[in-house]
Design a binder for this molecule. Sequence first.
Ligand code: NI
Length: 167
Amino acid sequence: MSVLRIRTYPDDILKKSAGPLTNIDGNVQTLIDNMIETMYAAPGIGLAAPQVGESRRLLVLDVSNAEEKFPLFVLINPEIVDSEGKTESEEGCLSVPNYVSKIRRYDKVLVRGLDRNGKETEIEADGLLSRVLQHEIDHLNGILFVDRLSRIKKEFFKKRYLRAMKT
Ligand code: NI
């Protein structure tokens, strides 16, 4: 296994909608293992394939913390099939280092996709798990959390962030 390089804003691959994964072969299994290792090494709680330069609909996530343990999820071609409520909370992203902002998202989601063996799976999520699922699925659609900021906040982010990158 190896730790992969994480692409950061404004890398073009992060703006691209990823294609569905049709053949879950050995190369995909290796990519999944490398993504898991990369996520834990960062450390992060979720990682989508485009963030490591692979424009495919694949994500890994583990929102466990000291108080609560969750399973490690691997999702292929995930889709939000149902949602409920709205909630706002602070968010960050491994592809946008050193920036956090409050983002409004669904409170609860029902996500369907395939696990790493190609078996259909369903996750009913609320709280942080729901938020991270929505954030990672956004990555598969070429959307970063900063794209969800208000126009004014987004302009402010761009100016400040791109200036900071140059120094
Ligand atoms: Ni992210």
